[in-house]
Design a protein around this ligand. Structure first.
Ligand SMILES: Nc1ncnc2c1ncn2[C@@H]1O[C@H](COP(=O)(O)OP(=O)(O)O)[C@@H](O)[C@H]1O
Ligand SMILES: [Mg+2]
Length: 398
Protein backbone atom coordinates (compact mmCIF):
# COMPACT_ATOMS: atom_id res chain seq x y z
CA UNK A 1 0.00 0.00 0.00
CA UNK A 2 1.32 3.49 -0.74
CA UNK A 3 2.02 5.53 2.42
CA UNK A 4 -0.88 7.89 1.94
CA UNK A 5 -3.41 5.06 2.39
CA UNK A 6 -2.10 4.27 5.89
CA UNK A 7 -3.35 7.19 8.01
CA UNK A 8 -2.80 5.23 11.23
CA UNK A 9 0.94 4.94 10.61
CA UNK A 10 2.56 4.63 14.04
CA UNK A 11 5.03 7.26 15.26
CA UNK A 12 7.76 4.68 16.00
CA UNK A 13 8.72 1.54 14.10
CA UNK A 14 6.82 -1.58 15.06
CA UNK A 15 9.01 -4.56 15.87
CA UNK A 16 7.81 -7.91 14.58
CA UNK A 17 8.96 -11.51 14.45
CA UNK A 18 7.99 -13.79 11.57
CA UNK A 19 7.81 -17.58 11.88
CA UNK A 20 7.63 -19.70 8.77
CA UNK A 21 7.51 -23.43 8.20
CA UNK A 22 6.93 -24.23 4.55
CA UNK A 23 5.84 -27.27 2.58
CA UNK A 24 9.33 -28.80 2.91
CA UNK A 25 8.60 -29.18 6.64
CA UNK A 26 12.35 -28.89 7.24
CA UNK A 27 12.06 -26.57 10.23
CA UNK A 28 11.19 -23.07 11.35
CA UNK A 29 12.64 -19.93 9.87
CA UNK A 30 12.57 -16.95 12.27
CA UNK A 31 13.17 -13.32 11.33
CA UNK A 32 13.03 -10.06 13.30
CA UNK A 33 12.21 -6.77 11.58
CA UNK A 34 11.49 -3.16 12.38
CA UNK A 35 8.70 -1.79 10.18
CA UNK A 36 7.84 1.84 9.73
CA UNK A 37 5.49 2.69 6.88
CA UNK A 38 7.11 1.13 3.82
CA UNK A 39 10.55 0.90 5.42
CA UNK A 40 11.63 -2.52 6.63
CA UNK A 41 14.86 -3.27 8.51
CA UNK A 42 15.98 -6.87 9.07
CA UNK A 43 17.42 -7.20 12.59
CA UNK A 44 18.33 -10.87 12.47
CA UNK A 45 17.39 -14.30 11.26
CA UNK A 46 17.76 -17.93 12.36
CA UNK A 47 16.67 -21.27 10.86
CA UNK A 48 15.81 -23.90 13.48
CA UNK A 49 15.51 -27.38 11.91
CA UNK A 50 12.97 -29.99 13.04
CA UNK A 51 14.56 -33.17 14.37
CA UNK A 52 14.28 -36.06 11.85
CA UNK A 53 11.78 -37.83 14.19
CA UNK A 54 9.55 -34.75 14.48
CA UNK A 55 9.74 -34.20 10.72
CA UNK A 56 8.48 -37.76 10.20
CA UNK A 57 5.53 -37.02 12.47
CA UNK A 58 4.68 -33.90 10.49
CA UNK A 59 4.79 -35.94 7.26
CA UNK A 60 2.37 -38.48 8.78
CA UNK A 61 -0.24 -35.70 8.89
CA UNK A 62 0.00 -35.06 5.15
CA UNK A 63 -1.48 -38.34 3.95
CA UNK A 64 -5.31 -38.22 4.05
CA UNK A 65 -5.43 -42.03 4.10
CA UNK A 66 -3.53 -42.33 7.39
CA UNK A 67 -3.80 -38.89 9.03
CA UNK A 68 -5.74 -39.02 12.32
CA UNK A 69 -7.71 -36.29 14.01
CA UNK A 70 -6.17 -36.99 17.45
CA UNK A 71 -2.69 -36.67 15.94
CA UNK A 72 -3.64 -33.39 14.26
CA UNK A 73 -5.03 -32.06 17.56
CA UNK A 74 -1.87 -32.97 19.49
CA UNK A 75 0.50 -31.77 16.76
CA UNK A 76 -1.30 -28.41 16.60
CA UNK A 77 -0.17 -27.77 20.19
CA UNK A 78 3.26 -29.40 19.83
CA UNK A 79 4.01 -27.26 16.80
CA UNK A 80 2.96 -24.22 18.85
CA UNK A 81 5.59 -25.25 21.41
CA UNK A 82 8.21 -25.83 18.70
CA UNK A 83 7.51 -22.41 17.17
CA UNK A 84 7.71 -20.69 20.58
CA UNK A 85 10.97 -22.55 21.29
CA UNK A 86 12.43 -21.55 17.92
CA UNK A 87 11.46 -17.94 18.57
CA UNK A 88 13.16 -17.99 21.97
CA UNK A 89 16.33 -19.48 20.50
CA UNK A 90 16.34 -16.94 17.67
CA UNK A 91 15.73 -14.05 20.07
CA UNK A 92 18.84 -15.05 22.05
CA UNK A 93 20.88 -15.71 18.90
CA UNK A 94 19.93 -12.37 17.33
CA UNK A 95 20.00 -10.47 20.65
CA UNK A 96 16.44 -9.20 20.17
CA UNK A 97 14.61 -9.24 23.55
CA UNK A 98 11.15 -10.81 23.33
CA UNK A 99 9.83 -7.91 25.41
CA UNK A 100 10.77 -5.54 22.56
CA UNK A 101 8.40 -7.27 20.13
CA UNK A 102 5.05 -5.69 19.26
CA UNK A 103 3.78 -8.69 17.36
CA UNK A 104 4.60 -12.18 16.07
CA UNK A 105 3.37 -13.40 12.69
CA UNK A 106 3.26 -17.19 12.55
CA UNK A 107 2.45 -18.85 9.26
CA UNK A 108 2.06 -22.29 10.83
CA UNK A 109 2.54 -25.63 9.12
CA UNK A 110 0.26 -26.28 6.18
CA UNK A 111 -1.10 -29.81 6.45
CA UNK A 112 -3.65 -29.54 3.68
CA UNK A 113 -4.28 -27.00 0.94
CA UNK A 114 -7.20 -27.30 -1.41
CA UNK A 115 -7.51 -24.20 -3.61
CA UNK A 116 -10.88 -23.31 -5.14
CA UNK A 117 -11.53 -24.99 -8.48
CA UNK A 118 -14.46 -25.32 -10.87
CA UNK A 119 -17.46 -26.23 -8.75
CA UNK A 120 -15.38 -26.68 -5.57
CA UNK A 121 -14.96 -24.19 -2.75
CA UNK A 122 -11.40 -23.76 -1.49
CA UNK A 123 -10.10 -24.75 1.94
CA UNK A 124 -6.72 -24.71 3.63
CA UNK A 125 -5.37 -25.79 7.02
CA UNK A 126 -2.31 -24.48 8.87
CA UNK A 127 -1.54 -25.71 12.38
CA UNK A 128 0.81 -24.56 15.18
CA UNK A 129 -1.44 -23.17 17.90
CA UNK A 130 -0.92 -19.38 18.25
CA UNK A 131 -2.40 -19.41 21.77
CA UNK A 132 0.62 -21.48 22.81
CA UNK A 133 3.03 -19.04 21.14
CA UNK A 134 1.35 -16.03 22.80
CA UNK A 135 1.33 -17.80 26.19
CA UNK A 136 5.02 -18.77 26.06
CA UNK A 137 6.26 -15.43 24.73
CA UNK A 138 3.76 -12.96 26.13
CA UNK A 139 3.61 -11.35 22.68
CA UNK A 140 0.47 -10.74 20.61
CA UNK A 141 0.47 -13.37 17.88
CA UNK A 142 -1.16 -13.32 14.46
CA UNK A 143 -1.60 -16.67 12.73
CA UNK A 144 -3.82 -18.39 10.15
CA UNK A 145 -3.15 -15.90 7.37
CA UNK A 146 -4.53 -17.93 4.46
CA UNK A 147 -8.21 -18.60 5.32
CA UNK A 148 -9.43 -14.99 4.96
CA UNK A 149 -8.18 -14.89 1.37
CA UNK A 150 -9.72 -18.30 0.60
CA UNK A 151 -13.02 -17.18 2.18
CA UNK A 152 -12.94 -14.20 -0.24
CA UNK A 153 -12.67 -16.62 -3.17
CA UNK A 154 -8.85 -16.55 -3.45
CA UNK A 155 -6.25 -19.30 -3.66
CA UNK A 156 -4.91 -18.34 -0.23
CA UNK A 157 -1.50 -18.34 -1.91
CA UNK A 158 0.93 -16.83 -2.55
CA UNK A 159 0.67 -14.35 0.35
CA UNK A 160 4.18 -12.93 0.04
CA UNK A 161 3.69 -10.59 -2.95
CA UNK A 162 2.86 -7.55 -0.83
CA UNK A 163 6.14 -7.95 1.03
CA UNK A 164 7.97 -8.65 -2.25
CA UNK A 165 6.55 -5.43 -3.68
CA UNK A 166 7.53 -3.38 -0.63
CA UNK A 167 11.04 -4.84 -0.54
CA UNK A 168 12.03 -5.34 -4.18
CA UNK A 169 9.98 -3.30 -6.69
CA UNK A 170 12.43 -1.33 -8.81
CA UNK A 171 12.07 2.00 -10.59
CA UNK A 172 13.59 0.94 -13.90
CA UNK A 173 13.75 -2.86 -14.02
CA UNK A 174 11.13 -5.56 -14.49
CA UNK A 175 11.87 -7.99 -11.70
CA UNK A 176 10.67 -11.39 -10.58
CA UNK A 177 11.13 -12.66 -7.03
CA UNK A 178 11.43 -16.44 -7.42
CA UNK A 179 11.02 -18.46 -4.24
CA UNK A 180 12.03 -22.12 -4.31
CA UNK A 181 10.65 -23.85 -1.23
CA UNK A 182 8.94 -27.23 -1.30
CA UNK A 183 6.70 -25.58 -3.86
CA UNK A 184 8.06 -22.76 -6.05
CA UNK A 185 6.27 -19.45 -6.49
CA UNK A 186 7.00 -16.20 -8.27
CA UNK A 187 6.11 -12.55 -7.82
CA UNK A 188 6.12 -10.34 -10.93
CA UNK A 189 7.17 -6.76 -10.19
CA UNK A 190 7.21 -4.65 -13.34
CA UNK A 191 9.24 -1.42 -13.25
CA UNK A 192 7.48 1.30 -11.21
CA UNK A 193 4.84 -1.26 -10.20
CA UNK A 194 1.81 -0.20 -8.25
CA UNK A 195 0.33 -2.93 -6.09
CA UNK A 196 -2.37 -3.62 -8.68
CA UNK A 197 0.35 -4.44 -11.28
CA UNK A 198 1.77 -7.25 -9.16
CA UNK A 199 1.15 -10.83 -10.27
CA UNK A 200 2.10 -13.87 -8.25
CA UNK A 201 1.37 -17.56 -8.40
CA UNK A 202 2.79 -20.99 -7.68
CA UNK A 203 4.91 -22.25 -10.58
CA UNK A 204 4.85 -25.90 -9.49
CA UNK A 205 7.30 -28.09 -7.56
CA UNK A 206 10.35 -26.58 -5.85
CA UNK A 207 12.45 -28.94 -3.76
CA UNK A 208 9.64 -31.35 -2.99
CA UNK A 209 10.40 -34.03 -5.58
CA UNK A 210 14.16 -33.62 -5.17
CA UNK A 211 14.07 -34.05 -1.37
CA UNK A 212 12.18 -37.32 -1.66
CA UNK A 213 14.48 -38.71 -4.36
CA UNK A 214 17.64 -37.69 -2.48
CA UNK A 215 16.35 -39.39 0.66
CA UNK A 216 15.52 -42.60 -1.23
CA UNK A 217 18.87 -42.68 -3.08
CA UNK A 218 20.84 -42.24 0.16
CA UNK A 219 18.55 -44.57 2.16
CA UNK A 220 17.50 -41.72 4.43
CA UNK A 221 21.04 -40.42 5.07
CA UNK A 222 20.25 -37.10 3.34
CA UNK A 223 16.97 -35.20 3.68
CA UNK A 224 17.80 -33.24 0.51
CA UNK A 225 20.32 -33.19 -2.35
CA UNK A 226 22.90 -31.07 -0.55
CA UNK A 227 24.48 -28.54 -2.94
CA UNK A 228 22.90 -30.45 -5.84
CA UNK A 229 25.84 -32.89 -5.77
CA UNK A 230 23.77 -36.02 -6.46
CA UNK A 231 21.88 -34.48 -9.39
CA UNK A 232 25.20 -33.26 -10.82
CA UNK A 233 26.33 -36.92 -11.04
CA UNK A 234 23.28 -38.00 -13.04
CA UNK A 235 22.25 -37.46 -16.66
CA UNK A 236 19.03 -35.75 -17.73
CA UNK A 237 16.78 -38.08 -19.71
CA UNK A 238 15.03 -35.97 -22.40
CA UNK A 239 12.17 -38.45 -22.85
CA UNK A 240 11.30 -38.52 -19.16
CA UNK A 241 11.69 -34.73 -18.99
CA UNK A 242 9.26 -34.29 -21.90
CA UNK A 243 6.76 -36.54 -20.12
CA UNK A 244 7.03 -34.52 -16.89
CA UNK A 245 6.58 -31.24 -18.75
CA UNK A 246 3.15 -32.42 -19.93
CA UNK A 247 1.81 -32.06 -16.36
CA UNK A 248 -1.51 -30.13 -16.52
CA UNK A 249 -0.56 -27.73 -13.67
CA UNK A 250 2.07 -26.18 -15.94
CA UNK A 251 -0.55 -25.29 -18.55
CA UNK A 252 -3.10 -23.97 -16.05
CA UNK A 253 -3.40 -20.19 -16.20
CA UNK A 254 -2.80 -18.11 -13.05
CA UNK A 255 -4.06 -17.39 -10.46
CA UNK A 256 -3.09 -20.88 -9.33
CA UNK A 257 -1.57 -22.60 -6.32
CA UNK A 258 -0.47 -26.11 -5.58
CA UNK A 259 1.05 -28.26 -2.86
CA UNK A 260 1.91 -31.69 -1.57
CA UNK A 261 -1.53 -32.90 -2.68
CA UNK A 262 -0.24 -32.68 -6.30
CA UNK A 263 3.57 -32.99 -6.14
CA UNK A 264 4.02 -34.96 -2.90
CA UNK A 265 4.97 -38.58 -2.28
CA UNK A 266 2.46 -40.24 -4.66
CA UNK A 267 3.75 -38.07 -7.52
CA UNK A 268 7.37 -39.04 -6.85
CA UNK A 269 6.49 -42.72 -6.38
CA UNK A 270 4.75 -42.71 -9.78
CA UNK A 271 7.78 -40.96 -11.31
CA UNK A 272 10.13 -43.61 -9.88
CA UNK A 273 7.93 -46.43 -11.17
CA UNK A 274 7.96 -44.88 -14.66
CA UNK A 275 11.71 -44.29 -14.70
CA UNK A 276 12.33 -47.85 -13.53
CA UNK A 277 10.16 -49.16 -16.37
CA UNK A 278 12.18 -46.98 -18.76
CA UNK A 279 15.47 -48.34 -17.38
CA UNK A 280 16.53 -44.99 -15.91
CA UNK A 281 18.67 -45.07 -12.74
CA UNK A 282 17.59 -43.23 -9.55
CA UNK A 283 20.51 -40.76 -9.97
CA UNK A 284 19.46 -39.97 -13.55
CA UNK A 285 15.87 -39.63 -12.31
CA UNK A 286 17.04 -37.04 -9.77
CA UNK A 287 19.04 -35.21 -12.46
CA UNK A 288 15.93 -35.20 -14.67
CA UNK A 289 13.67 -34.06 -11.81
CA UNK A 290 16.09 -31.20 -11.12
CA UNK A 291 15.95 -30.15 -14.78
CA UNK A 292 12.14 -30.51 -14.67
CA UNK A 293 11.88 -28.29 -11.59
CA UNK A 294 13.87 -25.55 -13.36
CA UNK A 295 11.96 -25.95 -16.63
CA UNK A 296 8.57 -25.87 -14.87
CA UNK A 297 9.58 -22.60 -13.22
CA UNK A 298 10.69 -21.11 -16.55
CA UNK A 299 7.49 -22.22 -18.33
CA UNK A 300 5.48 -20.17 -15.83
CA UNK A 301 7.19 -17.01 -17.12
CA UNK A 302 5.15 -17.35 -20.33
CA UNK A 303 2.16 -16.15 -18.31
CA UNK A 304 3.92 -12.85 -17.51
CA UNK A 305 3.29 -9.69 -19.57
CA UNK A 306 6.99 -9.66 -20.56
CA UNK A 307 10.28 -11.37 -19.69
CA UNK A 308 11.95 -9.91 -16.57
CA UNK A 309 15.37 -8.24 -16.68
CA UNK A 310 16.25 -9.66 -13.28
CA UNK A 311 15.21 -12.73 -11.29
CA UNK A 312 15.88 -12.64 -7.54
CA UNK A 313 16.17 -16.15 -6.10
CA UNK A 314 15.18 -17.06 -2.56
CA UNK A 315 14.12 -20.12 -0.55
CA UNK A 316 16.26 -23.17 0.17
CA UNK A 317 16.36 -24.17 -3.52
CA UNK A 318 18.54 -21.12 -4.16
CA UNK A 319 21.29 -23.11 -2.36
CA UNK A 320 21.20 -25.93 -4.94
CA UNK A 321 23.80 -24.96 -7.60
CA UNK A 322 22.66 -27.68 -10.04
CA UNK A 323 19.10 -26.35 -9.96
CA UNK A 324 20.30 -22.74 -10.16
CA UNK A 325 22.51 -23.40 -13.19
CA UNK A 326 19.56 -25.01 -15.04
CA UNK A 327 17.53 -21.93 -14.10
CA UNK A 328 20.20 -19.55 -15.37
CA UNK A 329 19.95 -21.19 -18.80
CA UNK A 330 16.15 -21.49 -18.80
CA UNK A 331 15.58 -17.86 -17.73
CA UNK A 332 18.18 -16.27 -20.02
CA UNK A 333 18.52 -13.41 -20.92
CA UNK A 334 17.24 -12.46 -17.45
CA UNK A 335 20.01 -11.91 -14.90
CA UNK A 336 19.57 -14.43 -12.09
CA UNK A 337 20.78 -13.13 -8.71
CA UNK A 338 20.68 -14.48 -5.15
CA UNK A 339 18.53 -12.46 -2.78
CA UNK A 340 21.48 -12.31 -0.37
CA UNK A 341 23.15 -9.81 -2.71
CA UNK A 342 20.21 -7.44 -2.03
CA UNK A 343 20.53 -7.61 1.76
CA UNK A 344 18.07 -10.35 2.70
CA UNK A 345 19.32 -13.95 3.11
CA UNK A 346 17.51 -16.33 0.74
CA UNK A 347 16.22 -18.34 3.74
CA UNK A 348 14.81 -15.31 5.57
CA UNK A 349 12.45 -13.78 3.02
CA UNK A 350 9.33 -15.79 3.82
CA UNK A 351 9.63 -15.23 7.58
CA UNK A 352 10.26 -11.52 6.93
CA UNK A 353 7.07 -11.51 4.84
CA UNK A 354 4.94 -12.97 7.63
CA UNK A 355 6.41 -10.51 10.13
CA UNK A 356 5.31 -7.72 7.77
CA UNK A 357 1.86 -9.24 7.28
CA UNK A 358 1.39 -9.45 11.06
CA UNK A 359 2.18 -5.74 11.38
CA UNK A 360 -0.42 -4.97 8.72
CA UNK A 361 -3.02 -7.08 10.50
CA UNK A 362 -2.29 -5.31 13.78
CA UNK A 363 -2.86 -1.97 12.01
CA UNK A 364 -6.06 -3.20 10.36
CA UNK A 365 -4.48 -3.11 6.89
CA UNK A 366 -5.11 -5.66 4.17
CA UNK A 367 -2.39 -8.18 3.36
CA UNK A 368 -3.51 -10.12 0.31
CA UNK A 369 -2.99 -9.05 -3.31
CA UNK A 370 -6.20 -9.93 -5.18
CA UNK A 371 -4.42 -9.81 -8.58
CA UNK A 372 -2.20 -12.61 -7.22
CA UNK A 373 -4.59 -14.86 -5.33
CA UNK A 374 -7.76 -14.22 -7.35
CA UNK A 375 -9.65 -13.11 -4.24
CA UNK A 376 -12.67 -10.90 -4.87
CA UNK A 377 -11.21 -8.08 -2.76
CA UNK A 378 -8.53 -7.01 -0.28
CA UNK A 379 -8.83 -8.58 3.17
CA UNK A 380 -7.09 -8.18 6.52
CA UNK A 381 -5.39 -11.54 7.03
CA UNK A 382 -5.06 -13.70 10.11
CA UNK A 383 -6.43 -14.26 13.57
CA UNK A 384 -5.05 -12.38 16.56
CA UNK A 385 -4.27 -13.91 19.96
CA UNK A 386 -3.55 -11.15 22.47
CA UNK A 387 -0.28 -11.40 24.38
CA UNK A 388 -0.28 -10.44 28.02
CA UNK A 389 3.43 -10.10 28.72
CA UNK A 390 5.51 -12.94 30.14
CA UNK A 391 3.93 -14.91 33.02
CA UNK A 392 6.59 -13.66 35.48
CA UNK A 393 5.53 -10.05 34.87
CA UNK A 394 1.81 -10.71 34.74
CA UNK A 395 -0.62 -9.30 37.28
CA UNK A 396 -3.84 -11.18 37.88
CA UNK A 397 -6.02 -10.47 34.86
CA UNK A 398 -9.24 -10.73 36.93
N1 LIG B 1 22.67 -26.53 0.49
C1 LIG B 1 21.53 -26.93 -0.10
N2 LIG B 1 21.58 -27.67 -1.23
C2 LIG B 1 20.46 -28.11 -1.85
N3 LIG B 1 19.23 -27.84 -1.39
C3 LIG B 1 19.10 -27.11 -0.27
C4 LIG B 1 20.24 -26.61 0.43
N4 LIG B 1 19.80 -25.91 1.51
C5 LIG B 1 18.43 -25.99 1.48
N5 LIG B 1 18.02 -26.72 0.42
C6 LIG B 1 16.64 -27.06 0.05
O1 LIG B 1 15.76 -26.13 0.61
C7 LIG B 1 14.67 -26.80 1.25
C8 LIG B 1 14.11 -25.92 2.32
O2 LIG B 1 13.73 -24.72 1.70
P1 LIG B 1 12.66 -23.76 2.32
O3 LIG B 1 12.79 -22.46 1.62
O4 LIG B 1 12.78 -23.77 3.80
O5 LIG B 1 11.32 -24.47 1.88
P2 LIG B 1 9.90 -24.45 2.58
O6 LIG B 1 9.46 -23.03 2.55
O7 LIG B 1 9.09 -25.36 1.75
O8 LIG B 1 10.14 -24.96 3.99
C9 LIG B 1 15.27 -28.10 1.72
O9 LIG B 1 14.28 -29.08 1.90
C10 LIG B 1 16.22 -28.42 0.58
O10 LIG B 1 15.53 -29.04 -0.46
MG1 LIG C 1 11.49 -24.40 5.33
Amino acid sequence: MPKRTTPNKPPRPLRAAGLMSGTSADGVSVAFVDVRGRRVRLLGHLDVPYTPAFRRRVFELFDPATSRVDAICRMNFQLGEIFAGALNAAAKHCRVPLASLDVIGSHGQTIYHCPPARGRAGSTLQIGEPAVIAERTGVTTVADFRPADVAAGGQGAPLVPLADWLLFAHRARHRVVQNIGGIANLTWLPARAGLADVLAFDTGPGNMILDRLASLITRGRLAYDRDGLLAAQGRVCPKLLAHLLRHPFLRQRPPKSTGRETFGLPFTDALLARSKAMGISPLDTLATATAFTAASIARAYRFLPSWPAEVILCGGGARNPTLVSHLGRELSPARVVLMDTLGIPAEAKESVSFALLAVRTLLGQSGNVPSATGARHHVVLGKIVAGAGLPSNRQSLG
